[in-house]
Design a protein around this ligand. Structure first.
Ligand code: 26Q
Length: 831
C-alpha cells in the first residue's frame, strides 16, 4: 500500500540557499552573544539557528495559507482540537525540511561548536501527558506532508508535563520550565485575538433570543507553531492560545495602592495557561481544567468561523467547509459552543445550526476504562458556562426524544444514554455529548474499536451503528525513523531506495531480503552503534555500566498499573533468583545477558504508579551491584522520560515490552516506533499489537498471555490470584522477596501493600499472565543467541511496519471521517 499525499504534488520546494541561512545565523548570533570572539554556548547557537530558520518557515506558512484559501468552496479544512500536543524538539525537523543541516553543521564547526550539542540543548515542548498528545503531534507532521488544509488547536502552557527526578529512588516532580530561554518556534499573531467568557448569567432579549452575559472576560491570543513538510513547501500550523485579561490592570485599584486587586484579573487569566493537567486531576484543579477546556474550544471555534466568513463563504456552508475533530472528550464542549455561536451570535435557527454542527464534528475515543471517562458536575458547568448548560440540556432533550421513538418505553435505556448522569449527583457525560454531536466516532485500533461498541458505547452503537468506525493509529516516520535513527535510514536507502520516507509502505520490499545474512549483519552493526550511545548515556546519568552486547529489553511509557511495568519487574526478579540458583543457565546453555531499561512518569497523585517507579530503582540497585551475576543482568530506570529521551532509547532497543492486560491499551504507539527501528516485540494480544503481528507475521512477534475475551471470562467466573501464586513456586518466591523487603532492606514493609494488592485483587491479572510471560522471555533468550535468526526477524519486523505510518492514518481520517475532497479517491487508489 502506498500513502501518497491526497492533495499536494510531490514537488521539492526551492530550499532557501544555505548561504542565506548562514548569513541569518551570523546576524542572529551577533545579537545574542556578548563576545563575538568566543565560541557561543550551545543555547545561544540554538537560538540563532532557530532565528535563521524562522524567515523561510514564515514564508512557507504564508504561501500555504494563500494556497488553502484559494481552493475556494470545494475546500474542507480540518480543525484538530486537542488539550495536548507533545511536540518534543523542533530544530532537527526544521533543518531536515529546509535542507539546511550540512550548512549549519559546517558553520558551527568553524566556531568550535558541534551540531549535536546544539540539538541536545533544545528543551522539549512537552505539552502533553502521553500517547494522545504525541499522536496529535505526529498528525501535525502528516498534515504537513499530506498538504492537508488544517489547523491544530491547543493551549500554550507555560509549564508542560512536570520534569521527573529521582530522590533516593523515588519520583519527585519539578516544574517543566520549557520556555525559560524564550520560545524559538512560534509566531505571535497580533491580529488574531478573541474574547472568551466565564460565569455570569443568561438573559432573553425582546425577540426571545437567549444571550449570555459573562462575569469574566478573557482574551485569547494566537501563537502559531509551524510544522514543515519535507517533500514540498507545505506547512502545518499548531495554533496555541494564550490567555490574558481583557483589562490587564485595574487602574483604580493600582492608584489606591492595592496591587493585588489591580493584578487579580491578569492572574486569573494567567492560570488558564499555567500548567498542563496530568490525567489524574485532583478535585481542586477540576474547575481550572474545565475552564481550560472551554477556553480552547471557544477561541478555536471563533477563529474557525472568522476564517470561514473572511473567505467569503456563507454560514450555511460552515459544516461542509470545516471538519472539527475532538481528540478525546477534552474539547467536547465544542458542539455546545458552536451551537451558541451559530444561534446566539449569528442568528441561525437551532435546526440548521445543529445540522451544521453534526456535519462538522467527529470524535476519537482513546480509552475504554470507565473511570477515565470525563464527567463534570452540572453545578460546576452551570456556574462557569450557564448558556452552554442550557444548550446541552436542549441537545439532550432532542436526542432523548429520538431515543424514545427508536425504543419506546425503554426508560432504562434513556437513563443509560442520557448526556446527564442522574445517578452520581447530576453530571454532564462528555463522552455522551461527543457521541451525540458527532457524525463519526472512532477508536484507535481494531480491537479497541470493537470493544468500544461492545462495552462503553454499546447502547449508542445499537441506536446509531453507522456512526462508529475504526482508524488505527500510526506514527510519523520522519521523526521516528529518519531523524532518530540515521544509521538505519541510510541502510534502508541502500537496500530499498529512498521512497520509504514519504511512502512507508515501501518498507515491505525489505521482506524479500530478510534472509540476507550480510544485510542482517549491517542491521546489527547499526543497532550496536545505537546501543553504544545509549550505554554511554546510562553510564553518564546513572553511573551504571551495561554490556552493549546484552539484549536491550525496553519498556518506556507512562507508568500505569494496566500497562504492567510491575509484571516486567516480576520477571526481572524471577530471572535474578533463577540466575543465582542456577548459574549455568537453562539446560546448561548459560544466561543470555540482558539490560532491562524502564522509563516513564507516574502521575503525581497516582500512589501505586509511584511505588512501581521506586520498586524499579530499588531492584536495580540490588541487581546491578550483585557480583554473582557477572554483569549478565542489569536493570536501569532512566528518569524524566519524554519525546527526546524516547528518540535516543528506541533506536537502541532489541526488545520492546508491550505487555498491557489484553483489552486495556487502546492502541499504543510506542510499539510501532520500536518495531520500525528493528526491535522485536514481546506483547499481549492487545491494542495495535494485534494488527502489528498481522502485518509482520505472527511468527516474528513474541505473543503471550490471556486474550481480551479470556480476561473478561476469568473476571466473570471469579479470579483467584492467591491460588495462582500458590501453584507457582517461582512466582511465590518473587512475591515473597519483594513483599518482605529483599529490595528495600532499610524499610522491609515498603512493598507489602503492593504485593498484598496483587495477591488479593490483581486487577490487571499480572499473576495470571506471569508463567506465560516468563516462558516467552525464555524463547526471546534463545532467539537472541542466534544472531542470524534474530536479525532476519528484525528485518521482517521493519518490513511489516509500512501500514503504521501516521500518513496512512491521517489519509484514512481525511477520507472516511473528515470527507476531505479528493481524499477518498486518493486513499482508494493507494490502498
Ligand atoms: C482527563 C480529565 C481531566 C484531566 C486529564 C484527563 C486525561 C488526560 C490525558 C485523560 C486521558 C489522557 C490521555 C490518554 C492517552 O494518552 N491515551 C492513549 O492514547 C494513545 C493514542 O491513541 C493510545 O495509543 C494509548 O493506548 C492510550 O492510552
Amino acid at each position: 500500500m502506498t500513502t501518497q499525499p491526497a492533495t499536494v504534488p510531490a514537488t521539492t520546494p526551492a530550499a532557501p540557499p544555505a548561504a542565506d541561512l548562514v548569513a541569518a545565523f551570523r546576524r542572529a548570533l551577533a545579537m545574542t552573544t556578548t563576545d563575538g570572539r568566543e565560541a557561543p554556548a550551545a543555547r545561544a547557537a540554538l537560538r540563532a539557528a532557530a532565528e535563521a530558520c524562522r524567515g523561510p518557515l514564515a514564508e512557507r506558512w504564508a504561501a500555504t495559507q494563500a494556497k488553502d484559501a484559494a481552493r475556494g468552496k470545494d475546500q474542507r479544512r480540518v480543525h484538530y482540537l486537542s488539550m495536548e500536543f507533545l511536540m518534543g524538539r523542533a530544530m532537527r525537523n526544521a533543518l531536515a525540511a529546509l535542507q539546511l543541516e550540512p550548512a549549519l553543521r559546517d558553520e558551527l564547526a568553524t566556531r568550535g561548536v558541534s551540531l549535536a550539542d546544539v540539538l541536545e540543548s533544545e528543551p522539549d515542548a512537552a505539552l502533553g501527558n502521553g500517547g494522545l498528545g504525541r499522536l496529535a503531534a505526529c498528525f501535525l507532521d502528516s498534515f504537513a506532508e499530506l498538504g492537508l488544509p488544517s489547523f491544530g488547536y491547543g493551549l500554550r502552557y507555560r509549564y508542560g508535563m512536570f520534569a521527573q527526578g529521582l530522590q533516593d529512588g523515588a519520583q519527585v516532580e519539578r516544574p517543566d520550565d520549557w520556555q525559560r530561554d524564550g520560545t524559538h518556534w512560534d509566531f505571535e499573531r497580533a491580529d488574531v485575538a478573541f474574547v472568551v467568557g466565564f460565569g455570569g448569567h443568561v438573559e432573553s432579549d425582546a425577540g426571545g433570543t437567549r444571550r449570555w452575559v459573562p462575569a469574566e472576560r478573557v482574551r485569547a491570543r494566537a501563537f502559531d507553531f509551524v510544522v514543515p513538510a519535507h517533500a514540498h513547501g507545505h506547512v502545518a500550523t499548531l495554533r496555541q492560545w494564550e490567555a490574558s485579561a481583557e483589562q490587564p490592570i485595574d487602574f483604580a485599584a493600582f492608584c489606591r495602592g492595592d496591587y493585588a486587586a489591580a493584578g487579580a484579573a491578569q492572574l486569573a487569566a494567567d492560570t488558564l495557561n499555567w500548567v498542563l493537567y496530568p490525567d489524574d486531576s485532583t478535585e481542586a484543579g477540576r474547575t481550572l481544567r474545565l475552564k481550560q477546556e472551554a477556553f480552547l474550544v471557544s477561541a478555536s471555534l471563533q477563529d474557525l468561523i472568522a476564517r470561514h466568513l473572511a473567505e467569503g463563504r456563507p454560514l450555511a456552508e460552515l459544516g461542509r467547509g470545516n471538519a472539527i475533530h475532538l481528540n478525546d472528550t477534552h474539547p467536547a464542549l465544542a458542539p455546545a459552543e458552536l451551537m451558541r455561536l451559530l444561534v446566539d451570535e449569528h442568528g441561525l435557527e437551532w435546526t440548521e445550526a445543529w445540522a451544521i454542527t453534526r456535519q462538522a464534528v467527529a470524535y476519537t475515543n482513546h480509552t475504554l476504562m470507565p473511570e477515565a471517562l470525563e464527567t463534570w458536575p452540572v453545578a460546576m458547568v452551570e456556574r462557569l458556562l450557564p448558556r452552554h448548560l442550557e444548550i446541552i440540556y436542549r441537545i439532550n432533550h432532542e436526542f432523548l426524544s429520538d431515543v424514545r421513538t427508536k425504543a419506546p418505553g425503554d426508560d432504562a435505556l434513556v437513563q443509560r444514554v442520557s448526556i446527564i448522569d442522574e445517578q452520581h449527583g447530576r453530571r454532564v457525560r462528555m463522552a455522551a455529548l461527543a457521541v451525540v454531536a458527532s457524525h463519526q466516532v472512532n477508536g484507535v485500533a481494531k480491537l479497541h474499536s470493537d470493544l468500544m461498541v461492545e462495552t462503553i458505547f454499546s447502547d449508542y452503537a445499537r441506536l446509531y451503528p453507522e456512526r462508529f468506525t475504526n482508524v488505527t493509529n500510526g506514527v510519523t516516520p520522519r521523526r521516528w525513523l529518519q531523524q532518530c535513527n540515521p544509521g538505519l535510514s541510510n541502510l534502508l536507502d541502500d537496500s530499498i531506495g529512498t521512497g520509504w520516507r514519504r511512502d512507508l509502505g515501501q518498507l515491505s520490499a525489505l521482506r524479500a531480503q530478510a534472509g540476507d545474512a550480510a544485510l542482517g549483519q549491517r542491521l546489527a552493526a547499526v543497532k550496536r552503534a545505537n546501543k553504544e550511545k545509549l550505554a554511554e548515556r546510562i553510564r553518564r546519568e546513572l553511573g551504571v555500566v551495561v554490556d552493549v552486547d546484552s539484549l536491550f529489553d525496553v519498556q518506556i511509557k507512562r507508568i500505569h498499573e494496566y500497562k504492567r511495568q510491575l509484571l516486567n519487574l516480576l520477571h526481572v526478579v524471577a530471572r535474578y533468583q533463577a540466575m543465582l540458583a542456577n548459574p549455568a543457565g537453562p539446560e546448561g546453555q548459560g544466561w543470555t545477558p540482558r539490560t532491562v531499561v524502564i522509563a516513564g512518569k507516574a502521575a503525581s497523585a497516582y500512589v501505586a504508579a509511584k511505588q512501581i517507579v521506586r520498586l524499579a530503582t530499588d531492584i536495580g540497585r540490588v541487581v546491578n551491584s550483585d557480583p554473582r551475576l557477572g554483569g549478565k543482568l542489569k536493570l536501569v530506570f532512566l528518569p524524566n522520560y519524554g519525546v527526546s529521551l524516547a528518540e535516543s532509547i528506541i533506536p537502541a532497543a532489541d526488545l520492546s515490552e508491550q505487555i498491557s492486560t489484553a483489552g486495556t491499551e487502546a492502541s499504543g504507539t510506542g510499539n510501532m516506533k520500536f518495531a520500525m527501528n528493528g526491535a522485536l516485540t514481546i506483547g499481549t494480544w492487545d491494542g495495535a499489537n494485534i494488527e502489528m503481528a498481522q502485518h509482520i507475521g505472527e511468527d516474528d512477534v513474541f505473543v503471550f498471555g490471556l486474550r481480551a475475551d479470556a480476561v473478561a471470562n476469568l473476571k466473570a467466573v471469579g479470579y483467584d490470584p492467591r491460588w495462582i501464586a500458590a501453584q507457582n513456586a517461582s512466582l511465590k518466591a518473587v512475591l515473597d522477596a519483594i513483599g518482605s523487603g529483599a529490595f528495600s532492606p532499610g524499610e522491609p514493609q515498603r512493598y507489602r501493600a503492593l504485593v498484598d494488592g496483587l495477591l488479593n485483587r490483581d486487577t490487571y491479572l499480572l499473576l495470571a499472565d506471569f508463567a506465560d510471560y516468563v516462558a516467552t522471555q525464555s524463547r526471546v533468550d534463545v532467539l537472541y543467541r542466534d544472531p542470524k535468526a534474530w536479525n532476519a526477524s528484525a528485518l521482517r519486523n521493519i518490513a511489516g511496519m509500512g501500514f503504521f505510518s501516521a500518513d496512512r492514518t491521517v489519509a484514512e481520517y481525511a477520507a472516511k471521517v473528515w470527507s476531505v475532497p479528493g481524499a477518498a479517491k486518493a486513499a482508494k487508489t493507494n490502498a
